[in-house]
Design a protein around this ligand. Structure first.
Ligand SMILES: *[C@@H]1O[C@H](CO)[C@@H](O)[C@H](O)[C@H]1NC(C)=O
Ligand SMILES: *[C@@H]1O[C@H](CO)[C@@H](O)[C@H](O)[C@H]1NC(C)=O
Ligand SMILES: *[C@@H]1O[C@H](CO)[C@@H](O)[C@H](O)[C@H]1NC(C)=O
Ligand SMILES: *[C@@H]1O[C@H](CO)[C@@H](O)[C@H](O)[C@H]1NC(C)=O
Ligand SMILES: *[C@@H]1O[C@H](CO)[C@@H](O)[C@H](O)[C@H]1NC(C)=O
Ligand SMILES: *[C@@H]1O[C@H](CO)[C@@H](O)[C@H](O)[C@H]1NC(C)=O
Ligand SMILES: *[C@@H]1O[C@H](CO)[C@@H](O)[C@H](O)[C@H]1NC(C)=O
Length: 754
């Protein structure tokens, strides 16, 4: 009903035989290692921290940050109700006790609150009754403390702890300084002296009492999944001769922390070295994941998880978490999703600890089953599958709640050998790469635009750290060309998942037909992209055969929706046998899907009465066992619109009246089985077993965050009268093993994949 006015595709009778057409597996589009994203904006809230000694991560002197200054709370009238409020602000479920008389030592500076009287349910201590900020008759001998129950509030992000410590002793950044003797220019740096940034300088950590657990935390922050032992005697020779700047000592991580700042530690006065007598600067060694490893021999030994993956992220180490069960991929629900569980996922995939545990499908929604809920990793598990979790009971989770991660990844410096110039924004421009001549002099140069496509542009944008490529441009004459450089590269051909252009094939000599800078390769990058996916179960449910009389097919013939033999039919007598089904195309990405061509170039289709905005939008094919096309492949164009949307999303695109065409994120475009041309003409097909295949956006004309899910396949059995579809699934839904079984299918009907 929705769409009966609109037929939407026309066939040119071209034959397309390949199964995954243009674009390449991009499970986790690798990319340059980017700096930490800016912290998500939070409502300004009172900051609370635990201080003093001998404290633990869940107990200590209470300190509040007010008017730019940390101060304490007086113990007069203090109660367990106050402690409950404070513990919750610190991310713990409740308090088990409180302390008086400066049990954790005397604080310094202001005594911010006195005679505090909470009733226990307040969200923040500043909502409780008190004498008011800074109004107190106490001394620091009366500083109050709390003991919190060692159980975190579900989903509580540890940033409070981190912020609190960062504030005074800025432990924001950690780096490894390679020791001269072992220093190689190779990135990533995996071994060296630990240095932490605080206030304005870098400081070293005293290694007395340093444990491999501390090393694990440092490695995780630097993007490495595993820690290694170091040969201390090797470093001793060198380090004893150095002037060392200790500032931190007695670090005692448990190994599961995602940030060094979350570990108990002590700070010394800036110039005091006495706190580390007999000690040396802490040295760590980390093991990079396979993606970041230089030594390819080792690469094979290190296996990353094959039943967990990340989808929909713009950078390596970020994406929606997907897990494999019974040979089918599914998602994880975000209830209780936190940094600990996220870190387990990150490490098992060869990244470091998690930088962010994202909830609410921030990396797009999945399409398949949802397998896990309330995942509660301790942090030491080898895989998310070893963590306690709950099964999904009917309807307690939806894809809107898909969990995602952003992992720490090692710094590779890939962005230093690429830049873009001439564009109007920092996301677009001509691509320039750094190359060195025979004398070793480095210079920037352009890339020939010939054969430059979205695939190559994807790699360039990834290397630049700018996300996805919206477009790869072969001509860039319309951009500012006042400072163009020489053309130094041509014939670039990428597979699509490379981390930098240097990993793609290219010609050594520049062989470019049009050497002028206006034909230099350009990119328009984008942090987000669309992602189209076909609803496979709908195809399976709606398939049928119709013998349609020729007299009803004039319009279809005009639009080339019938196979070639139709031309020889005895019009208007006889019929064509049509394989019909509905297809529903969802945009599960993070940007709207829009045709590449502007409306000026849309084509009017008089017969169906609407404009087509994309020449090739879908291929519908019937293949035999050896992949040969048996029903004529159709090159289908559509008019794109939002037929319907998920709850809370409104429609924006419609075909009627030369409206804007596209598919909004969270919406879908439905082509009902009963509209003209929504079929494959199988008049000439013999009975047998086949594979039915639909590919959306087959030439990758429009950028998507993931092209592996653009194809959908079904097993198909045709007995000459009726037709059955089985195992309909999108390209990335099954395990590799199940996919191999599937391909063998024709001839094995009902052998359901499981
Ligand atoms: C540790 O380093 C020292 C000094 O370079 C060297 O003599 C020793 O063999 C090394 N030990 C191991 C186990 O590699
Ligand atoms: C501490 O070091 C800083 C700079 O390194 C210096 O300016 C200052 O005088 C030193 N203080 C003491 C007490 O040595
Ligand atoms: C979850 O379901 C699986 C089977 O699908 C079952 O083996 C497992 O015991 C269930 N776990 C819980 C916690 O119910
Ligand atoms: C290399 O250096 C030599 C001497 O400085 C110079 O003559 C030559 O032109 C340089 N070659 C290149 C390719 O720059
Ligand atoms: C071109 O280069 C000159 C000198 O390096 C610089 O001053 C100028 O801003 C550049 N122009 C543009 C448009 O980048
Ligand atoms: C896919 O189609 C099936 C069958 O009509 C339907 O039940 C399901 O809700 C659809 N999936 C989505 C994500 O809309
Ligand atoms: C593929 O199968 C068809 C019939 O099923 C056969 O005619 C053709 O020779 C086969 N092609 C190859 C390359 O095996």
């Amino acid at each position: 009903m929705e769409r009966s006015r609109r037929g939407r595709r026309f066939a040119l009778g071209l034959l397309f035989g390949l199964w995954v057409t243009c674009c390449v597996a991009q499970t986790t589009p690798p990319n340059r290692v980017s700096p930490a994203p800016s912290p998500s904006p939070r409502a300004p809230q009172l900051r609370v921290r635990l201080a003093g000694y001998p404290r633990k991560h869940n107990e200590g002197r209470i300190e509040l940050f007010h008017k730019g200054e940390w101060g304490t709370v007086c113990d007069d009238d203090f109660s367990i109700a106050n402690a409950h409020v404070l513990c919750r602000q610190l991310g713990f479920v409740e308090a088990t006790g409180w302390t008086h008389s400066a049990k954790y030592g005397k604080g310094q500076g202001k005594i911010w609150l006195d005679n505090v009287l909470c009733n226990g349910g307040e969200r923040s201590i500043d909502s409780c009754k008190s004498r008011g900020w800074g109004n107190s008759d106490c001394t620091h001998d009366e500083d109050a403390g709390v003991v919190c129950k060692d159980e975190r509030i579900p989903g509580f992000v540890d940033s409070n702890v981190i912020d609190a410590q960062v504030d005074e002793n800025k432990l924001e950044e950690v780096r490894l300084r390679p020791v001269v003797a072992t220093a190689k220019k190779k990135l990533p740096v995996t071994e060296g002296v630990v240095e932490v940034k605080y206030k304005d300088g870098w400081a070293q950590i005293c290694d007395l009492g340093w444990t491999i657990k501390n090393t694990r935390v440092v490695c995780g922050m630097l993007g490495f999944p595993h820690e290694r032992k170091v040969n201390k005697s090797f470093y001793r020779l060198y380090l004893e001769r150095q002037k060392n700047h200790f500032h931190i000592h007695s670090v005692a991580c448990t190994g599961t922390e995602v940030h060094l700042a979350a570990c108990p530690m002590e700070f010394s006065k800036p110039n005091a070295t006495s706190s580390c007598s007999g000690g040396l600067p802490a040295v760590v060694s980390c093991m990079p994941g396979p993606l970041f490893m230089q030594n390819s021999g080792l690469k094979k030994k290190l296996k990353i998880s094959s039943n967990v993956r990340l989808k929909g992220g713009a950078r390596p180490g970020e994406g929606r978490v997907e897990v494999l069960k019974d040979n089918e991929w599914g998602t994880v629900c975000d209830d209780r999703w936190n940094l600990l569980s996220a870190s387990v996922v990150c490490r098992e995939l060869g990244f470091g600890s998690a930088k962010e545990a994202l909830t609410g499908a921030r990396m797009g929604q999945g399409m398949g089953p949802i397998y896990m809920n309330e995942v509660k990793c301790v942090g030491q598990e080898k895989s998310i599958w070893n963590c306690p979790f709950k099964n999904i009971t009917s309807e307690n989770c939806q894809h809107m709640e898909d969990a995602a991660v952003r992992c720490n990844v090692p710094y590779m410096g890939l962005e230093n050998s690429i830049r873009i110039t001439g564009g109007r924004t920092r996301y677009e421009g001509r691509v320039e790469v750094l190359s060195s001549d025979s004398n070793g002099t480095q210079s920037w140069g352009l890339i020939c635009g010939e054969s430059w496509t979205t695939k190559e542009a994807m790699v360039a944008c990834r290397q630049l750290g700018l996300g996805y490529a919206n477009q790869g441009l072969q001509e860039t004459w319309y951009w500012d060309s006042s400072n163009v450089t020489e053309m130094v590269m041509s014939g670039v051909k990428c597979v699509g998942n490379e981390m930098s252009l240097s990993q793609c094939q290219h010609h050594r000599a520049v062989s470019c037909q049009k050497a002028a800078a206006k034909f230099a390769a350009g990119v328009i990058c984008s942090e987000t992209a669309s992602d189209l996916v076909l609803n496979a179960s709908l195809v399976q449910q709606t398939v049928y055969i119709e013998d349609r009389p020729l007299h009803m097919l004039y319009c279809a013939a005009e639009e080339d929706c019938l196979s070639k033999s139709a031309a020889k039919a005895n019009w208007p007598y006889g019929h064509r046998r049509l394989l019909r089904f509905s297809s529903q195309i969802h945009n599960i990405g993070r940007a709207d899907f829009k045709p590449k061509a502007g409306r000026h170039s849309w084509v009017w289709h008089a017969c169906h009465g609407h404009y087509h905005s994309m020449d090739i939008f879908t291929h519908y094919d019937l293949l035999n066992a050896n992949g040969t096309k048996v029903a004529e492949g159709h090159k289908a164009s559509f008019c794109l619109e939002d037929t319907d949307c998920q709850e809370g999303v409104s429609k924006r695109y419609e075909c009627a009246n030369f409206g804007d065409q596209g598919i909004t994120v969270g919406c879908w475009d439905l082509y009902r089985h009963d509209i003209d041309c929504q079929w494959i003409d199988i008049t000439d097909v013999k009975p047998g077993n086949y594979i039915m295949q639909i590919v959306i956006n087959p030439n990758c004309e429009v950028a998507e965050s993931d092209f592996t899910n653009n194809a959908m396949k079904c097993n198909c059995k045709y007995d000459g009268h009726r037709i059955w579809f089985h195992n309909c699934h999108i390209g990335d839904a099954f395990s590799e093993e199940a996919e191999r079984l599937f391909e063998k299918y024709p001839g094995q009907l009902n052998n359901k994949i499981s």
